[in-house]
Each structure stands twice: as C-alpha cells, then as structure tokens.
Design a protein around this ligand. Structure first.
Ligand SMILES: [Zn+2]
Length: 177
C-alpha cells in the first residue's frame, strides 16, 4: 500500500505563495500542475512586447528522492510575446521544456555535481526554496538573446527584398518617422 518512495504525496499548488517557499528537505513527494501567468513572473513580464490572457506557462511538477537527494521533475509549456530585434514588432515565443532539479546540500557540491545532460541542474536544497524564481530563471535562459522573426514574416524583410542593398541607417530613419 505504500507509495514507491514511501513518502506521502503532498499537493503543490501552482501559485506564487506556494512556489515561492518550498520545503525541499521535507520527506514528502510533491505533485502539482497549473498555470503561471506573466503577472507572477516579473522579470519575464519586462521582456514582453505585449501580453495576452493566454500568455504564460503551464507547469507540472513532480518530486521524488534519489537516494538522499530530492529531485524535482519540472515540465514547462507555454508562450509569451517578445519583440523582434529587426522590426520591433511582437514576436511569439513558445516553450516546451523539461527540467530536472537535483538538490544537494552545499554550493560546492552543486558546482561539482556531474551533469549528464542540459536538462539537469544541481540546486542547493533548503527549507524555503524559491521554486518560482528557479522556474523563471529557466524560462529566461531559454529566451533567444536577440529574437527575430523568420525571413518572410518580419515587417522589414519585404522592404529589404532579401538583399543587403538597403542601407541599415535608412531603415532606422524610416522607423523613426
Ligand atoms: Zn520582425
């Protein structure tokens, strides 16, 4: 009748209050699923060119212990609007990402942790871990450094006609008019 790990399952509500302070070291298994709107992700909100009610990230969380180490499996899926660095118009950014947080005891241990793949990250465990901030960090890292529309969809590409003939300074001038 016991669960696989022997730890009781605790629901983890997907909201800032609950995610902002998670007791990683508790001998429990966390499970949660829900939607995080951009209003709860202030650093991401700053990157938005516009916001629509459907913008935000669906988040599924499941934790377990691997030996002594708490592990959190996080699945993120969602969208937001960045701005194109070429035409400055909104650009839809979509994300579907899985991440594994492996919790260790100290910063040193985290630095030395052998990572098998990019989806895995070592974090320092605490009794009040800010999981919301860690999730926001992951999404920020996934955002392209200089997002641009694909050629053909960009407002500027038809003016450029696919060639480099147009002077980039002229383009800037025409944008300012
Ligand atoms: Zn563009």
């Amino acid at each position: 009748m016991n669960s696989h790990s022997g730890h009781p399952i605790i629901p983890l509500p997907i909201n800032p209050k609950s995610l902002g302070k998670v007791d990683i070291l508790a001998p429990v298994t966390y499970q949660g699923e829900g939607f995080i709107g951009l209003q709860d992700l202030p650093r991401l909100h700053d990157e938005c060119s516009k916001t629509q009610p459907t913008d935000g990230f669906h988040c599924a969380i499941q934790s377990h212990y691997e030996g002594e180490k708490p592990v959190m499996e996080i699945s993120l899926q969602g969208r937001m609007h960045l701005s194109c660095q070429r035409c400055l118009q909104p650009l839809l950014f979509e994300l579907a990402q899985k991440k594994r947080f492996v919790f260790v005891k100290t910063e040193e241990e985290a630095d030395e942790f052998p990572l098998d793949n990019e989806d895995e990250e070592a974090m320092v465990a605490s009794h009040s871990f800010d999981l919301l901030e860690a999730i926001e960090d992951e999404i920020l890292l996934a955002i392209p450094y200089a997002p641009k529309h694909p050629t053909g969809e960009c407002q500027l590409s038809h003016e450029e006609g696919g060639s480099d003939r147009q002077n980039p300074f002229k383009v800037l001038k025409s944008l300012k008019k």
